[in-house]
Write a protein that binds this ligand. Structure first.
Ligand code: ZN
Length: 310
């Protein structure tokens, strides 16, 4: 109710986004001046006259969805412990079209990876797993063609700190090592099984700790309990919240949403999560519906380069 009251109009939402985008006050992107007039829905630079829209260059660019609906969607996605499916979002927002809910959700997922986020440090467990097919011990089925995902889980005493994950084309060193380099600070201890793909880590500045599984009585989940706990939670979430209906080409963004929520799971304040998501939403580049439905083929290889401030 607080959200509804606070963000009831386009104007209120725009002012909120403006404060996130220009935390130290308006800056003209052309001349750098800090004075502007509000002209209709834009800011007009008092020096050079350039008009800037607060949504230009963000995920809200060119949207036909009213900003208050966006804000409600952001709230719904962050306030629910497990997030929302497109169908759930469509119902709760009373949207006529499923596609609108789908678009909202997928655009928001793209804002869930913070540009320039901190790397994991300390001791980190890394392992790969297959998603898809019949999942052992879980009710339901994940309707993804078998997809390989690599997961890193930072140790926090006996518990789990922050995580990172990424779909990979294969379990070769060429896939695994760049993931570790993008996710974990050099000098950290990387704990893996004896798979050869992890061997080059030592030469990349990591301390590599190997636990060989062969001949051990313990199962992989006992030897690397954190990363396997994360994998099992991920599968539950994909099957539970999304009924297992996750398409291969969008898997990366589901992983981003899972990571976003997992890494903030101890945050007491849902409002803070909402703030983070909104903040990141004005910091990431816009993406069109066409681009989302037909991603570039190299999607699983490279993360889009995100620009902006956080
Ligand atoms: Zn200017």
């Amino acid at each position: 109710m607080e959200l509804e009251a606070k963000f009831a109009t386009e104007e209120a939402c725009r002012m909120y986004l403006a404060r996130l985008r220009w935390p130290t006050g308006f800056r003209c992107p052309r001349c750098g001046a800090d004075k502007a007039w509000a002209v209709q829905q834009r800011w007009e630079c008092a020096e050079c006259g350039r008009q800037t829209s607060v949504t230009a260059g963000t995920i809200f660019q060119d949207t036909r969805i009213p900003l208050p609906v966006w804000f409600r969607a952001m709230w719904w996605v962050t306030a629910q412990k497990n997030g929302a499916s497109a169908l759930g979002l469509q119902r709760v927002l009373g949207l006529k079209k499923y596609e609108t809910a789908w678009t909202l959700l997928h655009k928001l997922r793209r804002a869930m990876v913070r540009p320039g986020r901190d790397l994991l440090t300390g001791r980190v467990e890394v392992d790969e797993c297959y998603l898809g097919g019949l999942e052992e011990g879980l009710p339901g089925r994940l309707n993804v063609e078998k997809a390989l995902v690599v997961v890193a889980a930072q140790e926090d005493g006996p518990g789990i700190g922050r995580i990172r994950m990424r779909p990979i084309v294969d379990a070769s060193a060429a896939s695994l090592v760049p993931f570790v380099q993008d996710s974990v600070e050099p000098g950290s201890v990387i704990h893996t099984d004896g798979w050869l793909g992890y061997l080059p880590l030592e030469s990349k500045g990591y301390e590599h700790e190997v636990t060989f599984l062969k001949g051990k009585k313990k199962t992989p989940s006992e030897l690397m309990p954190r990363v396997h706990r994360v994998i099992s939670l991920l599968k539950r979430w994909l099957i539970g919240t999304h009924q297992g209906a996750v398409s291969h080409k969008h898997l990366e963004y589901y992983l981003d949403e899972f990571t976003f929520r997992f890494n903030r799971r101890t945050s007491k304040s849902r409002g803070k999560l909402f703030f983070r998501l909104a903040q990141q939403a004005v910091a990431v580049d816009p993406v069109t519906y066409d681009r989302m439905v037909h991603p570039a083929p190299a999607k699983t290889q490279a993360k889009p380069q995100l620009v902006g401030v956080t």
